[in-house]
Design a protein around this ligand. Structure first.
Ligand code: ZN
Length: 224
C-alpha cells in the first residue's frame, strides 16, 4: 500500500507530551490515528485516560499489549516492588528507564502505520527534557527513521514537535493549540498515577509543574 502523506499516527500515552502532540498532529494532517502501548504499567488508569482523550480528540484508539518489554528487565514503571526515584542517580539511568522502549514503540508503530498506509509518525520525545533517557534524543530518532525506512523500503517521516522544547514551551504549544485546559486536567504524567496536577513530588510532576509555573509567569508578564 502506498503511504499517504496526509495521514499520521501518534504514539500516544495520554500524558502531557503525547496529548500535545496529538492536537499538533490534528492541525497538521488530514487523518490522525493513535497507538497506545501497554506494558504492565502500574497504573491502568493511564490507559483509560488515553482512551477517553483519543475519543475527545475524535481519533481512533489502538491499544497494543507489549508487556513482554516490561518483563525483559527491572524497572520502577512496571515492578511494584521498586520505588520511583526521587532523583536520578548522577552516574546512571533513572530507575524508571525501560531500555529500548522508544525503539520498540516506534518500530511497532511503523509496522502498524505501513499496514494502514500512514506516512507520518508523531512522537512526543524531547531532548531538552530527556531526563537521562537516551532514546529520547534527536540523533536516535533520526537514526531510527533511516533504519525503519530501510527495514520496510518505505518513506516514513518521524515527527518530534517537542524535541527542542522545554516543559514551559510545551505548555505554550498546548495553549496555542487551544487545549491548555484539556492537557492540564485530563492528562496523566505523574509516576504515582494521579491525573492532572498529579502527586506534586515525583520527578514527572516536578518537571511538569515547574514548566507550567514558568509558562504562566511568562504569559502573565507578556499580558501586562
Ligand atoms: Zn507525581
Amino acid at each position: 500500500m502506498q503511504l499517504d502523506k496526509d495521514k499520521a499516527l501518534v504514539v500516544f500515552s495520554g500524558g502531557q507530551d503525547s496529548t500535545t502532540c496529538l492536537y499538533w498532529a490534528l492541525e497538521q494532517f488530514r487523518e490522525v490515528h493513535t497507538i497506545t502501548f501497554t506494558y504492565g504499567q502500574k497504573h491502568s488508569l493511564e490507559v483509560d485516560m488515553a482512551r477517553s482523550l483519543a475519543a475527545k480528540a475524535g481519533t481512533d484508539f489502538n491499544l497494543m499489549d507489549v508487556s513482554l518489554i516490561g518483563r525483559l528487565g527491572e524497572n520502577a514503571l512496571t515492578d511494584t516492588s521498586i520505588e520511583m526515584d526521587a532523583e536520578k542517580p548522577a552516574d546512571s539511568f533513572p530507575n524508571t528507564f525501560v531500555p529500548g522502549r522508544n525503539m520498540f514503540f516506534l518500530g511497532i508503530a511503523a509496522v502498524w502505520a505501513r499496514e494502514h498506509g500512514i506516512m507520518n509518525i508523531v512522537t512526543g520525545v524531547s531532548q531538552t527534557d530527556y531526563s537521562g533517557y537516551p532514546d529520547c534524543r534527536d540523533s536516535f530518532i533520526r537514526s531510527l527513521n533511516v533504519t525503519l525506512n530501510l527495514a520496510m523500503d518505505e518513506q516514513f517521516v518521524i515527527h518530534t514537535p517537542l524535541m527542542w522544547l522545554d516543559k514551559a514551551q510545551t505548555w505554550a504549544l498546548a495553549d496555542s493549540l487551544g487545549v491548555m485546559d484539556i492537557i492540564r486536567k485530563e492528562t496523566l504524567t505523574c509516576y504515582n498515577g494521579i491525573p492532572g496536577d498529579g502527586c506534586g513530588h515525583c520527578p514527572a510532576c516536578r518537571l511538569r509543574k515547574a514548566g507550567l509555573e514558568k509558562y504562566l509567569a511568562e504569559r502573565h508578564a507578556d499580558a501586562r
